[in-house]
Write a protein that binds this ligand. Sequence first.
Ligand code: TMP
Ligand code: ASP
Length: 251
Amino acid sequence: MARRKKIYEGKAKIMFEGPEPGTIVQYFKDDTTAFNSKKRDVIEGKGVLNNRISEHVMVGLDSVGIPTHFIRRLNMREQLVRAVEIIPLEVVVRNYAAGTLAKRLGIEEGTPLPRPIVEFCYKNDDLGDPLVAEEHIYAFNWASQHDVEHMVTLALRVNDYMSGLLFAVGIRLVDFKIEIGRQYDGDFHRLIVADEITPDSCRLWDIESGKKLDKDVFRLDLGNLSDAYAEVARRLDLLPGNNAVVPRRTG
Ligand code: TMP
Ligand code: ASP
């Protein structure tokens, strides 16, 4: 097979040129980083689980009319996605206080928020993805006011959908991060959910026990990360056996 052209390698994924113009192959690695790569490891099987979980969430979003970059899963570690221009903002939605919000504002982790809070961080590893205000977004032309309004709406719709999906399997969606891209059609563009939605990019707590089932297990050394992700996949009925880590092959 001819070698594919690598477009970009990130911390957890590699993007290759897709088979047709406007498509990209997104490969999920086992590499795991936290605190802007200060902590890193390779967690066997994580990429396989994230590929499957992101597929499931993106297909679900599409099914309720929320546009995403996902086209189809190609194999255990790869999915075909639409090429987009990624807006350089991480859109974070929070339902309960945790992580940097709890720390920054001195609010006890787990405190329910009266309504979901949407935050923007400027995507820049050298700066540690700093939190920014809308004024910064306009001042530095990262997105227009129209785009920002649309991003907030998309993020809240994703929150509603995912909160329900996870609540049904006994998991609380504490917070999550999405990335949004512009898909061009001539002079026009539409905004679609891109990147990944996985336990790498969410905080997921078991509703009964409060047990963490997300990347905080790695960040805080709480146990085996792939076991936590497999538990999420198992509850979403994405695993062939009861606890097998390796999803079934489709092709
Ligand atoms: P934070 O509490 O560290 O700001 O994170 C908020 C949410 O965003 C949490 O679900 C984890 C996710 N996140 C990422 O996906 N990537 C990142 O680089 C960071 C810092 C957070
Ligand atoms: N994604 C960031 C990193 O790789 C931060 C984090 O998830 O904690 O370092």
